[in-house]
Design a protein around this ligand. Sequence first.
Ligand code: 5RP
Length: 259
Amino acid sequence: MFGELSPIDRAKFAAASRAADLVEDGMRVGLGTGSTAAWLIHCLGERVQEEGLQFQGVPTSRQTAALAVAAGIPLTTLDGPRWLDLTIDGADEFDRQMNLIKGGGGALLQEKIVATASERMVVIADIAKEVDTLGAFPLAVEVIPFGRAMTQALIEEILVGVDVLGREVTTRMHDGRPYRTEGGNFILDLHLGRIGNARQLALLLNQVPGLVENGLFIDICDQVVIGFGDGRVEVRDVHSGGVEIGRVEIAETGNLFID
Ligand code: 5RP
């Protein structure tokens, strides 16, 4: 069974397993979307079953909600009386400042809302997600259907004036049709290659009226838990600059979520 997991899946599992230990009784926890988040939910479900861990999860997608329910994790919403204690989510890229590109799974809007509503946001990622400069992974932006061609034109105009390598904008497709988010919106993928000033770009993009949110997460992440294929885990803290090295035992579990 262990042999069925690719090195990347083992790395994702390692990061998810270590991050699952951060959840404590009574917490309200944002649950991210994607294959690494699926491992997290698996690990949290084990803690619920085996240790009686009691917490509530706020899912960032229907897919995550279904996984959490199947794992026995009680769900709640953001409409509670207080901030979430913690959000744990994957990322498509993270840089040395722990700024992120997210949105590969199309859930960037809910993910940014939940992460921003949390006391602490922890990213779980395999080491392959680390980059010197963000931008090799296409930057997702969510746009509303109304006036979407004009919204795209405004985005293209913004890209002319910023420090990026590429400027191609494509509509994300799924099964031969434009992909729709859970909010009924479209995703445009910006193929930028390299983003010279991610903070500036994030601010500029969010000034376009039909653009709901962009996949740059700037100053949102507090910690990155990085997994390696051999079970090593590195926890980096953005505030203290501290790095903790550890190792998790990789469970003999079949793959949960094929990329
Ligand atoms: C979904 C996301 C995911 O966190 C991101 O795409 C990483 O996914 P994975 O863990 O499958 O590599 O942002 O919108």
